[in-house]
Design a protein around this ligand. Structure first.
Ligand code: AMP
Length: 392
């Protein structure tokens, strides 16, 4: 049985690595300029050219039994046309919502899921009016092509807005969003099968550095019952609104006034990588089970799990390969900030896990004398990790 994945990055790689062990074969649909090094040797890569019919694409993909995606930036019309030949999960109409921040926010509002106050803007006048309404600090986010903090502008004061207006031609769709004073960031990783059964993984606490995920830990600690019931309510609303199939990641802020949803990912997600080592069934396995009609695997965590992203650099195996860790490298060439791999860790003790993560982060990123490494200044690491350590 062949599964086709739209996209050829690290998520496609990890889906295929998991799927090969389950007896599946893979093909990948990439754009003409998309790097496919991550999936080298894991299946055929088809380069899509505008104008190619869906029938031809389907045949070139090797007549898969199901098609899935590893990213939101996909050709929705093509995916809808491919539905004549086999199921496409998640449904393209859902991906269409998630690939545009404006549509996503409107959808969250429609189903009653709380998110930061926002306004849609696509020119300077609308931006000024939105700032009058929302106030500062605020963040302007492009509606498309804006992941990992890309195409986002942070305005702390009026002068930042004026500088932005003077240097950028604002003629594209954006949302202006109030800056949220959150206590923590976490994600809900959910999986739903074709029969409507769904399971959630333990909540994952995330730390970002310059808009990019740096670490995850699960299960999130000290999460009070009020927040938990808000999470349950958010999940119910998604399950009710969508006939979703596969993994859905919901990125959230924990604030003093409750949970706010920041972003949706209709696919396996970086904040779910810890499940490869730390949960009964990984997010990759469960996504494949869901889209091929199998029973879902249990989502409980073994103990405390952590994940560290390798951004722009890796480290010697003595640092990364420890008795309780697992390393994943994506076969990419190093480039500043590029996600090259990640390390998963498990521990029975949360505090010891945190200390071990801090040590590894320091070894990977912290050598100030090595000009290739200081991607992330040590002060930031201190803030990231020390704030996780609870007082004695
Ligand atoms: P995003 O691309 O929306 O996932 O944003 C990347 C990161 O920027 C988030 O994980 C947060 O750390 C930060 N961020 C995004 N939106 C906001 C917001 N409204 N208020 C505060 N921080 C934010």
């Amino acid at each position: 049985m062949r599964i086709a994945v739209v996209g050829a990055g690290q998520l496609a790689r990890m889906l295929a690595l998991e799927g090969w062990a389950m007896g599946f074969q893979f093909s990948f649909l990439a754009t003409h300029d998309e790097s496919s090094v991550c999936v080298d040797g894991l299946g055929s890569v088809i380069r899509y050219q505008a104008g190619t019919s869906a029938a031809e694409v389907y045949l070139k993909l090797g007549s898969p039994v199901v098609i899935t995606v590893e990213k939101e930036d996909v050709d929705i019309d093509l995916l809808k046309a491919l539905q004549q030949f086999c199921p496409v999960y998640p449904d393209p109409s859902i991906i269409h919502v998630c690939q545009h921040r404006g549509r996503e926010r409107d959808f969250l509002n429609k189903i009653g899921v709380p998110c930061a106050v926002y306004q849609k803007v696509s020119n300077v006048d609308e931006l000024s009016a939105a700032i009058d309404l929302i106030g500062l600090p605020a963040i302007l986010k492009s509606c498309v092509a804006g992941y990992d903090g890309l195409n986002q502008w942070h305005f702390e004061k009026r002068a930042d807005v004026i500088k932005f207006i003077n240097t950028t031609d604002l003629s594209f769709q954006c949302i202006l969003e109030r800056k949220v004073s959150f206590t923590r960031e976490f994600s809900i990783i959910l999986v739903r099968d074709i029969n409507g059964n769904h399971l959630r993984y333990p909540l994952t606490q995330n730390r970002h550095c310059k808009g990019v995920l740096l670490t995850s830990k699960a299960p999130v600690q000290d999460f009070d019952t009020r927040l938990n019931s808000q999470v349950d309510d958010i999940i119910k609303r998604f399950i009710h609104a969508w006939n979703y199939v596969g993994i859905l990641a919901i990125e959230c802020f924990e604030t003093d006034s409750g949970v706010l949803v920041n972003e949706l990912a209709p696919r396996v997600h970086n904040s779910g990588h810890w499940t490869q080592l730390g949960a009964n069934t990984s997010q990759f396995q469960n996504h494949l089970r869901a889209i091929t009609g199998m029973v879902l695997g249990a989502t409980e965590a073994w103990g405390h799990a952590g994940m560290i992203n390798l951004l722009g650099c890796t480290a010697p195996s003595a640092v990364l390969c420890q008795s309780n860790s697992q390393v994943h490298l994506y076969n990419k060439n190093p480039r500043p900030g590029r996600k090259l791999g990640h390390v998963n860790l498990v521990h029975y003790d949360d505090r010891q896990l945190t200390e071990q993560m801090y040590q590894i982060l320091g070894d990977v990123y912290g050598d100030k004398n090595d000009s290739k490494r200081p991607e992330i200044p040590l002060q930031i690491l201190d803030k990231v990790i020390l704030s996780d350590l609870k007082p004695e």
